[in-house]
Design a protein around this ligand. Structure first.
Ligand code: HEM
Length: 139
């Protein structure tokens, strides 16, 4: 399903409101790490302050590349390689938890969140994650 221009504009504004607030990425990681008992072990040595900045940066890269067409930014293609079989080998099903945590955090943090925005977040980031997973090629 493609988003309308209006939905894309509303989504960009929502992403900006969320990434401007530190509690957004904090809520994301709290939810994501609780979504699957196998996830926390991957982040055993992670600096979460840095990781939270990476997340906000990844979302803005996705928005910038994704709204121009259904493409993934060059920088994220490299990040995806590091998540694939040659790197951390993240299982494909963990990406569903990633999108779920993202939509949850947006719903908690964006004061203007709505059902329409929920659909826009889920549709847009599911498509971006599919491109990321296609590059990551999990085993
Ligand atoms: C499309 C979704 C995702 C994006 C955009 C993303 C983005 C990133 C970025 C930008 C980094 C830091 C740079 C790098 O290591 O290359 C990173 C690191 C990492 N990601 Fe992801 N990621 C995604 C999904 C996932 C999933 C589903 C997992 C599952 C466990 C995961 C686990 C990790 C881990 C363990 C690190 C290393 C953390 C550390 O430095 O300790 N990522 N990710």
């Amino acid at each position: 399903m493609d988003l309308t221009t209006q939905q894309r504009i509303a989504l960009i504004e929502s992403v900006k409101r969320c990434t401007a607030r530190p509690e957004f990425t904090a809520q994301f990681y709290e939810r994501f790490l609780a979504a699957d008992p196998a996830i926390p072990a991957y982040f055993a040595n992670t600096d979460f302050a840095k990781q939270q900045r990476m997340l906000a940066h990844s979302l803005s890269l996705m928005v910038r590349a994704g709204v121009r067409g259904n493409t993934l930014s060059r920088e994220l293609i490299e990040v995806a390689d590091g998540h694939g079989v040659q790197g951390m080998n993240i299982p494909a099903h963990m990406y569903d938890a990633w999108v779920g945590a993202l939509v949850y955090a947006a719903g908690r943090v964006d004061p203007e969140f709505s059902v329409d925005l929920m659909v826009a977040w889920r549709t847009f980031f599911t498509a971006q994650v599919a491109l990321f997973v296609a590059h990551a090629k999990p085993s």
